[in-house]
Design a protein around this ligand. Structure first.
Ligand code: TRP
Length: 353
């Protein structure tokens, strides 16, 4: 980078297509991505459906991954990611990523990979202790290829991806030290508030997961959303309306922290100016959970209805969705090829000019 030329601002992020995206993905990442996309502050934005990474622990479920590529693409388009502003693409269609991964593997030790806390936790969750697929074990390296192939300066992701970014930065530093300044050092961008960082499931459990059946999906109908809110975990000590309510671990309030703004109060519940006033009444006592849940329902509905409508439109045009992914993958591949060429040159394996 020359002194007077401003460094390009480039975003790269993505999701594994192992299920439809839910409101946790929305407040943790998708909502912010759309804001960043529309801010005009970024020169290039790459949003990747990480199907190859999904296959590292779903090798025996190709149908599941394939089906969810479509679902995640629909989720992307319905939250407002715009192919005119963001390049939406499919990871497996960019072979340069595999090549980069192969060279980066030389710069990482097995013990370094074993220390990765996210991978450690995932190995436990999947009962992989005795038989970790090599591809799964090395996915932090392939994720570094994803990030560096696009020379990303900013990677907006959830907290659980922090170890991946640390790994990426280490590889970048190592590569640049050994072979000369070639790769861009990426910065992580975390969600704006702690409630968005890790939205709990509707049952109050720390993580939303398909197997626990505690997710509200972006593609849920209005009825499904209302039903899930009705049974949402609140405060087990708040038995009578007069009882003082507790906010700690109260899922309904955590969701309000993540979703509700002052305009929602003005529109749906003008008895209160903002969430602080509502919390004050709730903790004082005299406010029933049903009322708070009704409000949350209206807030969520107002956020999700436009998403649902856009989804319904795109669902009628799956060919159009794949056309977008195909074009996006072509653009993405051209960019990755530039980086790969620079990498090979730096590594002195560019034999034929
Ligand atoms: N690991 C991310 C997830 O679990 C997906 C992903 C793959 C990703 N490559 C990436 C995210 C690069 C950010 C940057 O959903």
């Amino acid at each position: 980078m020359s002194e007077n030329k401003k460094q390009k601002q480039i975003i790269l992020t993505g999701d594994r297509p192992t299920g439809r995206l839910h409101v946790g993905h929305y407040v943790g990442s998708l909502r912010r991505r759309v804001e960043l996309q529309n801010s005009g502050n970024y020169d290039e934005i790459y949003i990747m459906i990480a199907d190859a990474q999904a296959l590292t622990d779903n090798a025996e479920n190709p149908d599941k991954v394939r089906e969810n590529v479509t679902q995640v693409a629909l989720d992307y388009l319905s939250v407002g990611l715009d192919p005119a502003k963001s390049t939406l693409f499919i990871q497996s269609q960019i072979p340069e990523l595999c090549e980069l991964s192969f060279y980066y593997m030389n710069l990482v030790t097995v013990s370094r990979l074993q220390r990765n806390p996210t991978v450690k936790a995932e190995i436990q969750q999947r009962n992989f202790e005795a038989s970790i697929p090599v591809g799964f074990f090395t996915y932090p390296i392939s994720q570094t290829a994803d990030i560096t192939a696009f020379q990303a300066t900013v990677v907006p992701v959830g907290e659980d991806q922090m170890p991946m970014l640390e790994q990426a930065k280490e590889i970048v530093h190592k590569f640049n030290t050994v072979y000369g300044e070639t790769l861009t050092d990426p910065k992580i961008m975390l969600p704006e508030n702690k409630y968005c960082m890790r939205l709990p499931g509707t049952d109050g459990k720390a993580k939303m997961s398909k197997s626990l059946g505690n997710c509200i999906y972006l593609s849920d109908t209005e009825e499904e959303v209302n039903k899930k809110i009705k049974t949402m975990f609140t405060d087990p000590l708040h038995l009578k309306v007069e009882d003082p309510g507790h906010l700690e671990g109260n899922t309904v309030f955590i969701y309000l922290e993540a979703f509700a703004n002052d305009d929602h109060f003005a529109e749906f519940w003008p008895d209160y100016k903002n969430l602080d006033e509502l919390k004050e009444h709730y903790t004082r006592g005299g406010l029933g959970d049903v009322k708070v849940k009704k409000f949350l329902g209206k807030v969520l509905q107002s956020e999700l209805a436009p998403i649902r409508e856009r989804r319904a439109q795109w669902e009628k045009d799956i060919d159009g969705v794949y056309e977008i992914l195909k074009k996006g993958s072509e653009v993405a591949e051209a960019k990755a090829a530039e980086t790969l060429a620079a990498v090979k040159k730096a590594m002195k394996i560019d034999y034929f000019g």
